[in-house]
Structure formats: C-alpha cells, structure tokens
Design a protein around this ligand. Structure first.
Ligand SMILES: *Cc1c(COP(=O)(O)O)cnc(C)c1O
Length: 347
C-alpha cells in the first residue's frame, strides 16, 4: 500500500479542522454551559450533539467488536462514500475503479466530485476477479469500490478475490457491507487489523430497520478514520439519531429475529416466484432482496405500479436486462405482489 499521505489530497492532509465548542471542552463535570451560543430553553434539543458520538460508538463497539478509534459515523453510508472522494481523490486527476453493476451512489459521488469513475463489468455469475479490477487501475487510482452482498444483484462477492485485491492494490479498497447481516458470509470487519487499506461500510438502513434516522458506519484504520473525522461536518449525526440508534442497539435480539424472518420470507418468495409464468430466472441472493429476470420488465413494472405495488426496475442497468429487483417485505406484502403477478397477462 502507498502511504496514507501519498493517498490523501495535499490540502486535506494539511487541513487544520474546525474546532467546535464541544471539541474544545470535552469534560463532563461542568454544569453551566455558556460556550456554544445555544439557548438554555427547550431541553434536551437545545444542546449541540456530541461531534464524535462517543456513547453510541462505545455501545456499537461491543456489538461489532471494533475499537471506537476505528469507527466513523455519518449521515448514512452515503456521507462516508462522499467523504472518501473528498479526502482521497484530486478532482480531474485521480480516478476510482468499481464493479459494474453496483450501488449507484459511488458513481454519483464521483461525478459530484469530478473524479473519473472506471467500471469493470462483473461476469455472468455477477462475480469479479481481482486481476480484472487491477487491470483497470493506474498510478492515479485511489479507491476501488466493492459491494458484498452486491446491490442490485444480491449475491456475495467471492471473499478470496476480495482478499487478493486487498493484498495487491496500492490504494484503498471500500467493501460496502450494507446487507451483510442477511448473508452467511463473514464480515471483513474481523480482518481490519490485517489490511490497512480496507474500509468497511455498514448502515442502520437495512437489517437495523432504521433508514429514516440516516446513520451509516465506516470502519478502517485509525489513520483513515482520523482523516474522515477531520473533514466531516462538526455535528454530522444529530442528537435524535444518536439517541434512536442507541435504543436500537439495546434491541439487538429483536433485530436478529427480523433478519431471520426476512431470510426465510425471501426463500419462500423465491420459491413462489419460480412458479410464475412471467418470471424467467431468479438470481441467488444473500440479501433482503433478489433480482428476477422477467418476460418484460418495463411492462410488468408499470402493471404493478398501477396496482399500487412498487418494485425496482433495473432493466437499464448493466447485465440486468429485463430484471426487476424485489425487496422482501412482510408475508402479507409479499402475497400481494405474488397475487398481482399471477394475474398479469402480457399485452
Ligand atoms: C442501501 C444501501 C446503502 C445504505 O445507504 P445509507 O446512506 O446508509 O442509507 C449503502 N450501500 C448500499 C450498497 C446500499 O444498497
């Protein structure tokens, strides 16, 4: 791996971060806070939240078995994705490489940050090889984006190839594990210590059933986390979110139950889908959704919309011709989808 200084944009490396009132006074013994121009009224919403979310991180640390120095929390994983571009990629000079198809935010963030985005097509099993990704890199490639289980294809990426990439790529490898709780594969979190160039992304939006609170996690070396913390907005995770996330962490066993439920519902839904005339193929999934190739994705999508049922049309995505992406819902919701598809008649 290159040194972190070589990988970081020079202006970011040299940056002295904004120091907020909450940064300068970190003690807990004071009882009169007249340092941040807050209002003394409307408790508890009058106070700025903890900029580094220490209480939340400590609880997360117990569940994830990662020290808090190796954690970044942001306004969704989307914030972490944007920050790695801003920290490491010099606009119009550096580039990033990503599998294709994958989550759309990597490309959007690349374009916003004016950074070249190089796509490397997956194979017919939606798998990649480290060699093919490396062949797309050059001396200005700072980041490689992987997503496992991948969105929209639903499958785990091959762990041995991820490992090979981590060992041979000189820049940073982002492994987006938004759906890892639904997968039987082991998270790369346990291997952070082995790979200084690894950034693992997870989120409260999927298995943790908290998309509304906007809380994403990035796990990496403390040096990489330090850079992300240096450039984030000072109060990027609001107090309501920190509180709600802590409540969710105390409901850990309930989450485990939801995940099991969705896993078995997915299997059930896949079985039923196989019997449908309009379904040609179902791709293996390790997530809470699956990709299905249908006879006519656009027509079926519109037919479902007219019945008030929304799935994701992925017809125009690479390798996903005539594919719909179906999120697993409750048994009742899934049944409504199936009933609608059973009565679908092509024009
Ligand atoms: C849903 C999803 C996320 C979650 O993003 P948030 O900003 O945390 O809601 C991240 N990565 C992938 C691949 C996703 O599908």
């Amino acid at each position: 791996m290159k040194t972190l200084q070589e990988l970081t944009r020079p202006n970011i490396w040299a940056l002295k971060p904004y120091s907020s009132a909450r940064d300068e006074y970190k003690g807990i013994s004071a009882s009169v806070f007249l340092d941040a121009n807050e209002s003394p009224f409307n408790m508890p919403h009058n106070r700025y939240p903890d900029p580094l979310q220490i209480e939340l991180k400590k609880k997360l640390s117990q569940i994830k078995h990662v020290p808090i120095e190796n954690m970044f929390l942001g306004n969704g994983s989307d914030e972490a994705i944007d920050l790695v571009f801003r920290a490491f990629c010099e606009p119009r000079i550096d580039n990033v490489v990503a599998i294709d198809p994958t989550y759309g935010m990597y490309l959007v963030c690349a374009e916003v940050n004016d950074v070249e985005y190089r796509k490397v097509l997956l194979d017919e099993h939606f798998q990649f090889t480290a060699d093919k990704l490396l062949a797309a890199t050059d001396e200005n490639t700072k980041l490689i984006f992987l997503c496992s289980p991948n969105n929209p294809t639903g499958n785990d990426l091959c762990q041995a190839e991820i490992e090979k990439l981590l060992k041979s790529f000189e820049g940073l490898v982002i492994v987006d594990e938004a759906y890892i709780d639904f997968s039987s594969q082991q998270s790369f979190l346990a291997r952070l210590g082995e790979f200084p160039n690894l950034i693992v992304l997870q989120t409260f939006s999927k298995a943790w059933a908290s998309a509304a609170i906007r809380l994403g996690m990035a796990f990496a070396s403390c040096e990489v986390i330090g850079i992300m913390n240096k450039i984030k907005y000072p109060y990027n995770v609001n107090q309501l979110t920190q509180k709600q996330a802590l409540d969710m962490l105390h409901r850990y066993h309930e989450i485990v139950g939801w995940v099991k439920n969705l896993q078995s519902e997915r299997e059930h839904l896949e079985d039923v889908f196989k019997q449908l005339d309009c379904v040609l193929e179902i791709y293996p999934s390790d997530a809470n959704f699956f990709l299905a190739r249908v006879t006519d994705a656009v027509a079926i999508y519109n037919y479902l919309v007219a019945k008030g049922i929304i799935v994701r049309n992925r017809h125009s995505v690479s390798l996903c011709n005539n594919c719909l992406r179906v999120t697993v819902g409750t048994r009742n919701e899934n049944n409504k989808l199936v009933e609608a598809l059973q009565t679908y008649k092509p024009e």
